[in-house]
Design a protein around this ligand. Structure first.
Ligand SMILES: Nc1ncnc2c1ncn2[C@@H]1O[C@H](COP(=O)(O)OP(=O)(O)O)[C@@H](O)[C@H]1O
Ligand SMILES: [Mg+2]
Length: 251
């Protein structure tokens, strides 16, 4: 029964990948990526020869225990961290070709981030938190209109728009953070343990909300150590001893 389900899921993903490939091509292309940290005494390899490709509109879950390199991998994908070897191509942009400010500009416009601890600025209202990433790029008026629409879409009531983050529940904070991640209309969302600070009900709602964004053409990567969260993705990869494995198979 479960192998039938697996087969069905594989066929579905294959169909989806091909469909999206025709429409939008590959979203992420990671080739032979390795990353190690050196504390002056010893070198620790965190990621070893990680290679994978995902198409636009896919929801990918990456699992792994604490310390397995999930955040390091997301940092390499977003250009916050530079791999020792290997390449990261987002859309058709090889991140190694971007210099200086180009990399932060690329990140701001093309990648949305969602974090376990929300990272909302405590002294800014809900609406200001959402527009903040683009305040130097567009007029406040334009951004406010877009922020209000996004907040509505993620389920935040208008009565909360001018509230400070500490007046929100955990689930509400994460919804605001998701609206903020979407303000630049990025193609890619990177979510680092997005449900780690939420109770079960809110966890389920936030995961549902994140993966629903695929319908709008977003590519979603969720890193998590929660099996129930990971299962909502189209694909599940696991970080194991620095290698990225797909259900036990090396990829
Ligand atoms: N900037 C850094 N300098 C040194 N070691 C680091 C640095 N960032 C991460 N590490 C180490 O890399 C390993 C993986 O960390 P991380 O990617 O944060 O794991 P995870 O997100 O899966 O918990 C850990 O052992 C961590 O201590
Ligand atoms: Mg982490």
């Amino acid at each position: 029964m479960s192998s039938f389900r697996e087969l069905f899921k594989s066929l579905y993903i294959l169909a989806l990948s091909n469909f999206k490939f025709v429409l939008g091509g590959n979203m992420i292309n990671i080739n032979s990526l390795s990353k190690s940290f050196n504390n002056g005494i010893q070198k620790t390899t965190v990621l070893h020869n990680v290679t994978f490709t995902i198409s636009k509109g896919i929801g990918l879950s990456i699992m792994g225990p604490s310390g397995s390199g999930k955040t390091t991998l997301l940092n390499c994908i977003s250009g916050l961290s530079t791999p020792d070897v290997g390449s990261v191509i987002i859309g058709n942009k090889d991140l190694s070709e971007l210099k200086g400010k180009e990399i932060s500009n690329f990140r701001r416009k093309n990648i949305g981030f969602v974090f376990q601890d929300f990272k909302l600025l405590p002294h800014y209202s809900v609406i200001d938190n959402v527009i903040l990433p683009l305040t130097y790029d567009e007029s406040r008026r334009t951004l406010e209109t877009r922020a209000k629409k996004l907040l509505n879409e993620v389920g935040i009531d208008e009565s909360l728009f001018n509230r400070l983050p500490n007046g929100l529940s955990g689930g509400e904070k994460q919804r605001v953070a998701i609206a903020r991640a979407l303000i630049a209309d990025p193609d890619l969302l990177l979510c680092d343990e997005p449900t780690g600070n939420l109770d079960k009900d809110n966890r389920d709602q936030i995961v549902e909300l994140l993966f629903t964004l695929k319908k709008k053409g977003k590519t979603i990567i969720v890193v998590t150590h929660d099996e129930e969260v990971a299962e909502k993705g189209d694909l599940i990869y696991q970080l194991k001893d620095g290698n990225l494995v797909d259900r036990g198979l090396m990829i």
